[in-house]
Each structure stands twice: as structure tokens, then as C-alpha cells.
Design a binder for this molecule. Structure first.
Ligand code: 13P
Ligand code: SF4
Length: 298
């Protein structure tokens, strides 16, 4: 019933519904396009819909608005945010920039628009390594995820400072989780998102973004996988691979804000055209430069 009404309004208003892999399965099934943060940003940049309903968290909807300023962008749950994005702000970053004007700022897409506006280039977890390789010989600052930053620095041998932010669900993963699951599932492969701590990543069989984990498990000959990222990804993993088994690396892998969106919220967003995302035009144009560079280099 709700799904039918959503379909009708979507058609009537020429809306595209975008959803991140961490959304609940019911939301992923309603969406026109489900993806990782890079694919969603690209989809938002190229869509010919008049309106985007973004089922995700605020930085993602803001990114869509910056890349498609002429479109109306709606976030169905007003306060759906990213805890990591709140670990850096303009004041702190400006202070750091004054002290280290020589650093090129590599900004994880999980940031507010005004922080992106102070950065040189944006990256996502699936594009970070290839984008950073263009800046390999410069002095770098990676904001705000200390774990993804430390992983890049370790893999690519970079001269890079790392901001002390983190994602609370991935940062909680530890070696004990790996040891427990290796014992429980000796034939399984352990696939982990690079927002986890470096010592955990070093023990994983594969490190990758949400879409990279999905591709890896789908093309692998193995039958059992331990997943070190948000439980929302289990939905497409199981859908694409009904004959394979997926278990979470630990039980806490559920992003609170990503799980706030319900089909009722999507319906209300469509009916009332709420909650509209706006970005100050001068901030948006600065942030767009860093985002355009991300899309160009990824
Ligand atoms: P992806 O870019 O892999 O989709 O990750 C987004 C995110 O928020 C991870 O916590
Ligand atoms: Fe932010 Fe972590 Fe949630 Fe991703 S999983 S949106 S990084 S809090």
C-alpha cells in the first residue's frame, strides 16, 4: 500500500529515490538506485529527475544538492546525520590550515559542506586510493577519518597528517572479533570496510568500500563471508548471493542514523516535499570544486 503510493507520487512528480547500502532492506527495495557514497553522488549529478529523495544521512543529501543545485533534494528524516562528519568543523580546520598552509587537504565525503569548501579534493572509500595517488608527492592532510587515513598512509607510504575523527561502529571492531570469527568460521573470508582500525584491516582477507565488498563476495568462489561493515549491506549481499552465507564481524555493526528512515518517512517526504536540503550558494560553489575533482579523478 505505502509502496504503491510512493510509486504513484514518484511518477507524478518525476522523482528519483536514491538509497545507501546501509539503509534498511525495505528502503533499499523502494529505491530506484542503491549504491555506495561515490555511486550515489555520481547518480545525483547525472539524474534528469526534478527531485531527489535521498535515503541516507545528511552529508550525502548535501552532496547531491551541491552536485545538482537546480534539483529539489529531500532527506526523509530531518536529523539523520553522520557522527564522523560532526568530528570536524570549519573553526578547527581553519586553525589547522593556518598552521600548515603547505598541506593539500584530502576530504572524506563524510563531512559537512562548509568543511568540503575548505578542502582541495573529496574522496570516498572506494575512490580514496586512486585519487590520493594524484597527490602522492605532496604534504597531505586527511580529514576526518583517522582509520581510513592511516590505512592509506600505510598502503601508499604517504607524507600525510590524519585528523582524529572516526566512525563509531567501524572503530569498535577489534582483533578479538577477527579471532572469534576465524575460529567459528574457519573457511570464511573476512571482508572489512577501511573505516576499521589498521590492526583489524591488516588481519582481513579483503579491505574495501561497501560496493567493493559486495562485488568481491559476489564474484568469489567461497561460500561463507564475515562482513566488517554495517548490517544494511547484508541485504544486497544476500539478494545477489542466495546460496552464500554472510555473518557480521560483530553485533554492533548498525549505524543508528542510517536506520532511521522508514517507508512512511519516504511517503511523507514525497507528499509534503520535506525535508528540503539547502546549501549556502557561496559554500556550495567552493565545495563543488572539491567534489567535481573527486568525480573527475575517480
Ligand atoms: P561507502 O562509501 O563505502 O558507501 O561508505 C560510506 C560510509 O558512510 C561508511 O561508513
Ligand atoms: Fe557515518 Fe559511520 Fe554511519 Fe557511515 S556508518 S554514516 S561513517 S556514522
Amino acid at each position: 500500500m505505502i509502496e504503491k503510493e510512493i510509486k504513484r507520487l514518484k511518477k507524478e512528480k518525476n522523482v528519483v529515490i536514491l538509497a545507501h547500502f546501509y539503509q534498511d532492506g525495505t528502503i533499499q527495495d523502494i529505491a530506484d538506485f542503491v549504491g555506495d557514497s561515490l555511486a550515489l553522488a555520481k547518480e545525483a549529478a547525472k539524474t534528469d529527475a526534478d527531485m531527489i529523495v535521498f535515503c541516507g544521512v545528511k552529508f550525502m543529501a548535501e552532496t547531491a544538492k551541491i552536485l545538482s543545485p537546480e534539483k529539489k533534494v529531500l532527506l526523509p528524516v530531518k536529523n539523520a546525520g553522520c557522527a564522523m562528519a560532526n568530528m570536524i568543523d570549519v573553526e578547527k580546520l581553519s586553525k589547522h590550515k593556518k598552521k600548515h598552509p603547505e598541506q593539500t587537504i584530502i576530504c572524506y565525503v563524510n563531512t559537512r559542506a562548509d568543511v568540503k569548501a575548505l578542502s582541495d579534493v573529496c574522496v570516498t572509500s572506494s575512490s580514496a586510493a586512486s585519487i590520493v595517488s594524484h597527490f602522492k608527492n605532496k604534504k597531505l592532510l586527511y580529514i576526518p577519518d583517522k582509520n581510513l587515513g592511516a590505512y592509506l598512509r600505510d598502503q601508499m607510504n604517504l607524507d600525510m597528517d590524519v585528523w582524529p575523527g572516526h566512525c563509531y561502529i567501524h572503530n569498535n571492531l577489534n582483533i578479538k572479533d577477527i579471532e572469534t570469527k576465524r575460529k567459528q568460521y574457519p573457511d570464511a573470508e573476512i571482508l572489512v570496510h577501511p573505516e576499521a582500525p589498521l590492526n583489524v584491516l591488516k588481519q582481513a582477507d579483503f579491505v574495501g568500500s561497501t560496493s567493493q565488498i559486495l562485488n568481491y563476495a559476489t564474484t568469489s568462489d567461497k561460500k561463507t563471508f564475515v562482513i566488517g561493515t554495517d548490517k544494511g549491506l547484508l541485504h544486497p549481499l544476500k539478494k545477489n548471493n542466495p546460496d552464500k552465507t554472510f555473518v557480521l564481524l560483530n553485533e554492533g555493526l548498525s549505524c543508528r542514523d542510517m536506520k532511521l528512515t522508514r517507508p512512511e518517512d519516504v511517503l511523507t517526504a514525497l507528499k509534503e516535499e520535506r525535508f528540503e536540503i539547502t546549501v549556502d550558494p557561496s559554500i556550495a560553489s567552493e565545495a563543488k570544486t572539491a567534489l567535481d575533482k573527486m568525480i573527475e579523478l575517480s
